[in-house]
Design a protein. Structure first.
Length: 726
């Protein structure tokens, strides 16, 4: 049956709600019945009389005030009207979130009045007569969170409807025939929401881009990027500008910098990395101390403020790392060539150079622009081989070249000493209260068609920690250097965890026999580290790691320094990855400006840039998670006949979530699919309880499942329940 466009609703018997909405939108302006009638687009006598009557009723109820005969103002108090954001549920209801309110306020569907998830709105908060619980009604949409949506188009004779896979998007979007823009029935499209007439059930929009057919690989990857407003290519004019840049290393520019080309320097990166934005240099000083240089690509040398290249980098704010590709912040000529610290090439860098004693204490620091020459490129596996074996031989199976080779003795010595110092730095950080999040990352082996043919897990080892500790040291010391001068800077901040979230975490982990000591900040950090160590290698590790990370506050960028709780640093910034993060570019510019004697810049301007960078980082992280979920679903499509052992990772009233142990793919078993009993959800036990057997299905239980459905478009797995693992 063809779908007809939704019709306007029937005429309301009472105009009271609409009158209140009109008066609330312009709370300082009095209206008479004629002005209200015009706003409501009614001109018949019966309706006008109804409006006059409702105005008198509202005045008698003291909801509005008659300021002069026939003119009315809304009676607003600071306790009733608030501005905040809408947080939609997947069940067509929502909550109003506002920092001025102690709790989020429930918003029934009928009170949304076309507000969508994350929209900034003005609401009226009132108590329900029946329950006395507060509810909210949207009276004005102040700002749409987004106006572009991705979905599948259903084309009828004279119009189309676009339905999104987002469970929080409760409406489809109506597309008039003249705005289909060559989309065909069933295409995945990007649509722009243009209008939502007051009495229309669906918003009106237009197709702005056809992304392809559902299920096709590039279609789904481009759909993920489009869903979050992230680009997948550069505008022609930006690429052209970048390609015209002078990327040569000149004697004139070298003369302005500290020349580090004769100091032993090398990089350690993933095997498949193309952009190398950090390098380490190492030399032993006559006094027995070590000079260690943390050299970072000098992106700001090429990325000049006020250019279209800089505008594009700022708008993107970050590179996006999807499973099968990187969407870079900078064009390839910079990210993979001019700014990439490739082996056996001279490069411009911005450096933090430290003198450390044998106890890994920093006794001197220097910051500034340099020029380096990278003597060696190591993959993490190669550096790990040196650390573990103390040998100078890299076997063929882990070599970047695929051939066995011998490492220069000076590089071996440098790697081993840096590892030794990094371990001291890490131990000190942990003793100071830092939290060790070494969460297992799911990675995929892809064939030439970007099809997943295998799953593996990325685990941090000593070589990863070596690089991490010296990058952390540079970020910390740069922030400390400027922070102590009380000048505006871009900090990476991380607040203490929310107590309610920790209590929720405690409830879940107690089912596995773990606990958190919440007596003090130091106790919390220590017990979280103990927890993460205890679950290491156990079946519930990924679940507990994930829940622990979720209990933490979100790290973000800000000019207001509150320190970094997770790292146990009073000062921290992002300085070490300007190829892929715009805040690092800002940090480089500000550091050089202050080194040149500049006065403190406007905190307000930089706070706005920090907020933008934090928002873009969050969108990129969501896109990255979606791409992993998509690839997991795609991988499981080819394993529908296979039984898998999994761990129950979530329990809800509609079923259980199961995470497969061998590949970390997660899917749902609907409650009706569990046939050995009739199960109901017990919220207190956070479990499904069998009505007859009283058996529990709870977090951490092992069960066998098979794939029932793998939906690429929704990025959703459904499982058949086979049996428990007794």
């Amino acid at each position: 049956m063809s779908k007809k466009p939704k019709k306007f609703g029937k005429k309301d018997k009472s105009f009271s709600e609409k009158i209140l909405k009109i008066l609330s939108k312009e709370a300082n302006k009095p209206f008479n019945y004629k002005q209200i009638s015009a706003k409501l687009e009614v001109d018949d006598t019966k309706s006008r009389n109804e409006i006059i009557k409702d105005l008198k009723i509202l005045a008698a109820q003291k909801k509005i005030i008659e300021t002069e005969p026939g003119k009315y103002l809304v009676k607003a108090t600071s306790q009733e009207y608030y501005e905040g954001t809408i947080d939609m549920t997947s069940r067509k209801t929502a909550y109003f979130v506002c920092p001025d309110l102690e709790h989020d306020v429930f918003v029934p569907f009928t009170n949304l009045h076309h507000a969508l998830d994350n929209d900034k709105v003005k609401v009226y908060v009132y108590n329900r007569r029946t329950s006395r619980k507060p509810e909210a009604e949207v009276i004005e949409i102040l700002e749409r969170a987004k106006t572009e949506f991705v979905g599948v188009i259903d084309i009828q004779k004279n119009f189309g409807f676009v339905t999104t896979a987002n469970a929080k998007m409760y409406t489809d979007i109506f597309i008039p025939k003249n705005k289909l823009n060559d989309a065909e029935h069933g295409d995945v499209v990007l649509v722009t929401l243009e209008d939502w007439p007051a009495k229309a059930d669906s918003p009106f929009g237009s197709v702005t881009k056809v992304l392809g057919k559902p299920g096709e690989h590039n279609t789904e990857i481009h759909a993920i990027l489009a869903e979050y407003g992230l680009p997948y290519d550069f505008p022609i004019e930006v690429d052209a500008y970048a390609n015209k840049l002078d990327t040569s290393i000149t004697p004139e520019e070298i003369a302005k910098r500290r020349d580090m080309r004769n100091v032993l320097t090398f990089t350690i990166d993933p095997k498949d990395a193309k952009d190398f934005d950090d390098a380490l240099s190492f030399q032993i000083l006559e006094n027995g101390n070590y000079e260690i240089g943390v050299h970072i690509a000098d992106v700001s040398h090429y990325l000049q403020e006020g250019t279209i290249l800089d505008d594009e980098a700022y708008n993107r704010a970050t590179s996006v790392y999807l499973v099968d590709r990187v969407v870079p912040m900078l064009p390839e000529v910079l990210s993979n060539f001019a700014c990439s610290l490739r082996p056996h090439e001279e490069k411009y860098t911005f450096s933090a150079i430290f003198q450390l004693n044998p106890k890994a204490e920093v006794v001197d620091s220097w910051f500034g622009r340099t020029v380096i020459y990278s003597d060696q490129r190591f993959a993490y596996e190669e550096a790990q081989q040196i650390i573990e074996t103390k040998s100078d031989i890299i076997p063929a199976e882990i070599s970047l070249t695929g051939k066995e080779y011998k490492v220069d003795a000076n590089l071996v010595e440098a790697t081993l000493k840096l590892d030794e110092l990094a371990k001291i730095l890490r131990r000190k950080r942990m003793n100071d209260g830092a939290i060790s999040f070494d969460k297992v990352e799911v990675k995929f082996n892809l064939n030439e068609e970007a099809e997943p043919v295998g799953v593996f897990f990325k685990i941090s080892k000593d070589a990863n920690h070596l690089i991490e500790e010296f990058m952390l040291l540079a970020n910390k010391k740069v922030a400390e250097f400027i922070g102590k001068q009380k000048k505006t800077f871009v900090y990476r901040i991380h607040d203490e965890p929310n107590e309610d979230k920790l209590i929720n975490l405690q409830t879940v982990i107690s089912k596995f026999g773990y606990s958190i000591n919440m007596k003090s900040k130091q106790d919390i950090s220590k017990s979280l580290n103990n927890l993460l160590n205890e679950v290491n290698g156990r079946k519930e590790q990924n679940l507990v790691d994930t829940l622990t990370i979720r209990s933490m506050s979100k790290a973000k960028y800000s000019t207001e320094n509150i320190g970094h709780y997770g790292l146990a640093f009073d000062y921290y910034s992002h300085f070490t990855s300007p190829i892929r993060r715009y805040p690092d570019v800002m940090a480089h510019r500000l550091l050089q400006y202050y080194l040149d004697g500049g006065k403190s810049v406007s905190a307000e301007i930089y706070e706005e840039k920090c907020e933008h960078s934090s928002n873009m980082e969050a969108l990129a992280a969501q896109a990255e998670r979606d791409s992993v979920k998509y690839m997991q679903v795609k991988y499981m499509q080819d394993h529908k006949d296979q039984e898998f052992l999994g761990v129950i990772s979530g329990v809800t009233e509609w079923g259980i979530y199961v995470e497969i142990i061998e590949n970390k793919c997660e899917g749902m078993v609907r409650i009706r699919e569990i046939k050995d009993d009739y199960y109901t959800f017990d919220e207190k036990q956070y479990a499904l309880v069998g009505e007859i057997s009283k058996d529990l299905l709870q977090l951490g239980d092992e069960v066998y499942v098979k794939v029932k459905n793998a939906d690429l478009v929704k990025k959703q797995l459904d499982f058949h329940f086979i049996r428990r693992n007794e």
